[in-house]
Design a binder for this molecule. Structure first.
Ligand SMILES: NCc1[nH]cc(CCC(=O)O)c1CC(=O)O
Length: 302
C-alpha cells in the first residue's frame, strides 16, 4: 500500500490533530505523510468569523486538496465542518472524543463575574449568546485567531477572561493555571471531535478510515449534527448540542439562543439507542416550534 497523504491546516492544533490521526493509522500498519495547507479563515484575522457568510471557511481548502488529489484524506475539527459535506466528499471516520467543555480562562480573580463591567472575550456567537443570557451586563469583545494568538490577546488586553474549547488548550498543553469549566454552557455540536474526510469515490480510503473510526463518538456527533442541520438552514447560528450515551440510551441536550441572550429554547430528551437516528431531527423540529424558528429568522434579518 502506498503512503497515505493526510491533508491538514498548518495551525498547531490542526497539526496535532492530523498527527494523532497519523499515529492511529500507523498503529494499523499504514504509512502516512502530512500535507499542510493554509486556509482563508486563518489568513484574514481582521474579519469577524460570523461575517464570512457561510460555514466552512476553515475547511474548504482541505476539500480542494481532496478534489485536486493533493491529499488522500483530510483532518478537521468536526465542529468547524459543514453539516452537509460538499458534493463528492464523505466524513469517513471520527476519533474518540476529547474534552467537550467550554472553559473560561481568567486572570486569577473571578470577582468580575458579579460586576456589570465584566469583559469576557470570544468570537463565537454561540458563546456570546449564552454568556449574555447569564451575565447580561457584561461586554463580550471579539476575539479571533488560533489558540496561541487568543491566549496572547487575553494577556495583552484589560479583559477579565476569554472563552475557549478545553480540547484545543489541552491538546496543545496550553491549559493555563486559571480556568473554570463552564458546565452550564452547551457546547458546539461535535466540539472536541476530530473528523476525517475523503472522496466518496475512494472506497479503499473509506475502508481504511473505518478501521480507526470510534463508533460511540460517531453516534454522538451524528445526533448533535442532525440537530444543528435541522435548525440552521445553512447559516452559522448560535446553537449548542451535546449528546451522551448512558447504558442503552442516548441523551441530547440542545439549545438555540438569541444573540442578546434574551431569548432561548433549551431542550433535553433521552431515547433508547435504537431510536438515535431520529433524536436530533425530532428535537430540532420541536425546538423550531417552540420559538427557535423565530430566533433564527431574526438573526438572518439583522
Ligand atoms: N472554532 C475554532 C476551533 N475549532 C476547534 C477548536 C478546538 C477543538 C474542538 O473544539 O474540537 C477550536 C478552538 C475553540 O473553539 O476554542
Amino acid at each position: 500500500m502506498k503512503t497515505l497523504r493526510i491533508g491538514t491546516r498548518d495551525s498547531a492544533l490542526a497539526v496535532w490533530q492530523a498527527a494523532t490521526v497519523a499515529r492511529a493509522l500507523e498503529a494499523k500498519g499504514y504509512k502516512t505523510e502530512l500535507v499542510e495547507v493554509k486556509s482563508a479563515g486563518d489568513l484574514d484575522l481582521s474579519t469577524p468569523l460570523s461575517q464570512f457568510g457561510s460555514t466552512g471557511v476553515f475547511t474548504k481548502i482541505l476539500d480542494e486538496a481532496l478534489y485536486q488529489d493533493k491529499a488522500d484524506i483530510a483532518v478537521h475539527s468536526l465542529k468547524d465542518y459543514p453539516t452537509q459535506a460538499p458534493e463528492g466528499i464523505v466524513m469517513a471516520a471520527v476519533l474518540e472524543r476529547g474534552p467537550v467543555e467550554d472553559i473560561l480562562v481568567h486572570k486569577g480573580n473571578l470577582d468580575f463575574l458579579d460586576h456589570a463591567a465584566g469583559k469576557v472575550a470570544t468570537g463565537s456567537i454561540r458563546r456570546i449568546a449564552q454568556w449574555k443570557a447569564r451575565y447580561p451586563e457584561h461586554d463580550n469583545p471579539g476575539l479571533r485567531g488560533n489558540v496561541q494568538t487568543r491566549l496572547q490577546k487575553l494577556a495583552d488586553n484589560d479583559w477579565h477572561g476569554a472563552i475557549f474549547a478545553k480540547a484545543g488548550l489541552e491538546r496543545l498543553n496550553l491549559l493555563p493555571e486559571h480556568y473554570e469549566i463552564l458546565d452550564w454552557m452547551i457546547p458546539a455540536p461535535a466540539q472536541g471531535i476530530v473528523g476525517i474526510t475523503c472522496l466518496e469515490s475512494k472506497g479503499e480510503f473509506q475502508e481504511i478510515l473505518h478501521e480507526i473510526n470510534h463508533a460511540n463518538t460517531a453516534l454522538r456527533a451524528k445526533v448533535e449534527r442532525d440537530f444543528l442541520r435541522t435548525v440552521e438552514g445553512g447559516c452559522s447560528a448560535p446553537v449548542g448540542a451535546y449528546a451522551e450515551i448512558e447504558e442503552n440510551q442516548i441523551r441530547l441536550q440542545a439549545g438555540v439562543f438569541s444573540l442578546d441572550g434574551k431569548e432561548k429554547v433549551r431542550l433535553e430528551n433521552a431515547v433508547p439507542l435504537s431510536a438515535a437516528s431520529e433524536l436530533g431531527i425530532s428535537m430540532a423540529q420541536e425546538a423550531l416550534k417552540r420559538g427557535a424558528a423565530a430566533i433564527l429568522e431574526k438573526i438572518k434579518h439583522d
